[in-house]
Unconditional design. Sequence first.
Length: 222
Amino acid sequence: MPVVSENVVKEYKRRGTSFTAVDDVSFTVEEGKITAIMGRSGSGKSTLLNILSGMIKPERGQVTIDGKNIFDESVRSRDRLRAEKIGIVPQTHSLVSGLTSYENILLQKSFASEKKESSEDSFSEIASALDLKNLLDAYPGNLSGGEMKRVSIARALFGNLKYLFADEPTGELDKDNSKKVMDLFRAEADKGKGILIVTHDKLAADMADIVYTMENGKLRLL
């Protein structure tokens, strides 16, 4: 079953003035497809992604994952659901500084209480596709921004999860590495994974199956 948002609204206050970051958004992240959301910075894209993954609670509306409204659950239950179903690539770096690239990639799998089979062949395939094999012993402090992003992507993909939510996954990558990432996402979607990306990158959007644009919290299908 897909990830579905229904009439989701998220409001904030800035300098005493209220504004709507996500304005009555209803849409679906379908399994086996890449869904892209484009829009300017501040349009609400990242906020929406964080709502869909259960990290931010909306004022109104609901989000269902596999038929269950995630905001009927406790924070702990949402954390567990995220660990077991959703690989997340954050916009900012979230690698653990004291762990190597290899150890950081394994973290996603270690979080889940229900261990899903992910073979060494799967790890090798992902590392090879992202050109990480020579970086597996390196620590984050010795990696460039683009290299850290690729490690974050590998971590989100490893663990055989059902969905992938990626915030600007190609934002720090050159054209060749952006193409490799999107080719890998395409292969994962073809295996049945539901993939959501928020992006400014036209190449990434062009490789998506479904493309939305977001402006002032409103989502529109292109």
